[in-house]
Design a protein around this ligand. Structure first.
Ligand code: ZN
Length: 345
């Protein structure tokens, strides 16, 4: 299919194919269900941040009956999956219905009105107020560095809550999203401009955007240097890159249980190596602050794997009350493209 008129690009894309819903539970306990057998891994010869070839084992986990391994770069401290999931395997996962339903914040509308699918849809609708509040907070942060009317692209926009908040604030907003179902949901329910495609594959004229945002995917790009380089090229000099990330080496990690220890965490930044990566790409950090998250107790329990919190909240009937919490160790980061980028390794 042809993609992205408003992105100023035309790219041949393969229409994402829906995958059968697997059996088993969400998270790391999914059972094998056919398609999970076809995921594969590939070596990662050098660190994404510093290009070092030396690393030490960090931790191992098992998902879909496959072993997953993470290592730590001996130079910059980046922890990354090695061997990593192939791009094709990630695409399989992100286009699976089970992935979106497993994340209760991002379930697409049901294709069929079975009870099981309706449940996912209900979860999505119930998450709406939290996601809009979160999106407005991020727009306020961006507004401090970009004037109203600026052209902003969101990479991995899911259903487009941030785009909707940008549009309401007077920005010219466009999103790119791998999942055709999520894109359709955003277009039809939130009236936002979302193109289906893989950002890495898009040819975008250099300097096309005043701002580029990528929320909730700080660990998930297949080759983070390649993707961030592509974003920087698409920004005009002086433009703003905005994203959030979790500092893997923050002392609070010990309190957060299994948070972020997931199969699609291709790498984990810390404050030092994310700064090093951005500097090497010609960006300077203009804002680095703890992110506040609008959420509910049910979601907090789900993210951290603390089932006791979920049970207690349900007993008290407050599982869906809106909370604004500082996420210790999670940062909202804005960086400006230098007028004359000096690319340092
Ligand atoms: Zn490194």
């Amino acid at each position: 299919m042809k993609v992205a008129s408003s992105l100023g690009v035309v790219e041949n894309q393969t229409e994402p194919q829906p995958l059968p819903v697997g059996s088993g539970e969400e998270g790391g306990n999914w059972s094998r269900s056919g398609w999970t057998d076809s995921i594969s891994f590939e070596p990662v010869p050098t660190c994404y941040v510093c290009a070092s070839t030396t690393r030490t084992p960090a931790f191992d986990l098992s998902f879909f009956d496959h072993p997953f391994q993470w290592v730590r770069c001996s130079d910059c401290g980046l922890v990354f999956q090695s061997p990593r999931l192939t791009k094709g395997s990630l695409d399989l996962i992100y286009n699976s219905e089970l992935y979106w339903r497993g994340r209760s914040d991002a379930t697409p509308p049901p294709a069929e009105s079975t009870d099981e699918l309706r449940l996912g849809y209900n979860n999505y609708e119930m998450g709406h107020p939290y996601r809009m509040a979160q999106a407005r907070q991020r727009v306020r942060a961006l507004s401090r560095h970009l004037p109203t009317g600026s052209r902003v692209l969101e990479v991995g926009c899911a259903a487009g809550f941030f785009l909707s908040a940008l549009k309401q604030a007077g920005f010219d907003a466009t999103g790119i999203e791998l999942s055709a179902a999520m894109a359709e949901y955003g277009r039809s329910r939130l009236d936002v401009d979302i193109q289906v495609g893989d950002f890495d594959q898009l040819e975008i004229p250099p300097g096309s955007y005043d701002g580029i945002a990528a929320w909730g995917c700080d660990s998930n790009f297949h080759d983070v240097r390649k993707t961030y380089s592509h974003m920087v090229e698409a920004l005009r000099p002086g433009g703003i890159l905005a994203f959030n990330y979790f500092d893997f080496d923050h002392p609070a990690r010990i309190l957060l249980g299994s948070f972020k220890r997931v199969y699609n965490a291709i790498y984990y930044f810390n404050r030092s190596n994310v700064t090093r990566l951005l500097n090497s790409l010609g960006l300077e950090i203009v804002s680095h602050s703890t992110e506040f998250q609008y959420t509910c107790l049910e979601e907090v329990a789900s993210m951290t794997g603390r089932r006791g919190v979920q049970t207690l909240a349900r007993t008290l009937g407050i599982q869906r009350s809106m909370l604004r919490l500082p996420i210790v160790g999670s940062y909202l980061l804005l960086a400006r493209k230098r007028p004359h980028p000096s690319r340092r390794p």
